[in-house]
Design a protein around this ligand. Structure first.
Ligand code: KIV
Length: 262
């Protein structure tokens, strides 16, 4: 799709009913994201998500969408320590129905990407803002704003691409940087808060529906959606058509618009 210039529409998905709805609405890739820790479990971040959570939700999504590419997130702690453990955990996700696994990080994870790819596991890298490192990054902040940090993300993307990853998610980076990365590598890029020039887009389902309003136990009025979020349900009459509108907007490059970008 990237080669022929068709934008890729990806959405997070955590269960069979939505998976079926998304498959029929033309979503190209379903991401079983560890964002489920926030949007399903009500936590502040993704740090409590386990392999058991991920395999459970991956099985449900795979049951609902047998004809769609499914990517499952490797949760924090499942891939950083040693490559053999990363491989076993990745295989567990693949046996649960994922076709590809995603993990966060650049240069420091290239070796793990290579190890898994050599063993037949397709990899999606995740660069820019990496939610599993939220404490190290000091909060939900745009990455790659200085020329030094932009260079680091670009070099990480090149290294991951050369290692053979199948996709790269770019989260919360300036649109100009995402464009430069997309033009510099063969691997397709999927943006979230990274501008319209990525090869495709991803959104969290609950953000697309306008129903996520912060962690459980905190007042919804204290929560402000990130800039890159658009509520697609607002302008339509059903969840099916909201998802279809998202797919169309990605394909027609009307989403993300300038107001969704950094
Ligand atoms: O977990 C997730 O939903 C993600 C997306 C935000 C890309 O990683």
């Amino acid at each position: 799709m990237a080669e022929r210039g068709e934008k890729i529409a990806m959405l997070t998905c955590y269960d069979a009913s939505f998976a079926k709805l998304m498959e029929h609405a033309g979503v190209d890739i379903l991401l079983v994201g560890d964002s489920l820790g926030m949007v399903l479990q009500g936590a502040e971040n993704t740090l409590n998500v386990s392999m058991h959570h991920m395999t459970y939700h991956t099985k449900n999504v795979a049951a609902g969408a047998p004809n769609t590419l499914i990517i499952a997130d490797m949760p924090v702690g499942s891939y950083e320590h040693d490559n053999e453990a990363a491989y076993k955990n990745a295989l567990w996700l693949i046996k649960s129905g994922a076709h590809m696994v995603k993990f966060e990080g650049g240069g420091e994870r290239v070796n793990t990407a290579r190890y898994l790819i050599e063993r037949g596991v397709p990899i999606c890298a995740h660069l820019g803002f990496t939610p599993q490192s939220v404490n190290q990054l000091g909060g939900y902040k745009i990455q790659g704003k200085t020329s030094e940090s932009a260079q680091k993300i670009l070099q990480d993307a090149i290294a991951m691409s050369e290692a053979g990853v199948s996709l790269i998610v770019l989260e919360m980076v300036p649109a100009k940087l995402a464009k430069q990365i997309t033009e510099s590598i063969k691997t397709p890029t999927i943006g979230i808060g990274a501008g319209v020039d990525c090869s495709g887009q991803v959104l969290v389902l609950q953000d697309l529906l306008g129903i996520y309003n912060g962690p459980a136990g905190k007042a919804p009025s204290d929560f402000k959606s990130p800039r890159f979020v658009r509520n697609f349900l607002k302008d339509t009459h059903s969840i099916q058509s909201a998802v279809a509108c998202y797919v169309r907007a990605v394909k027609e490059k009307t989403f993300p618009a300038v107001e969704h970008c950094y």
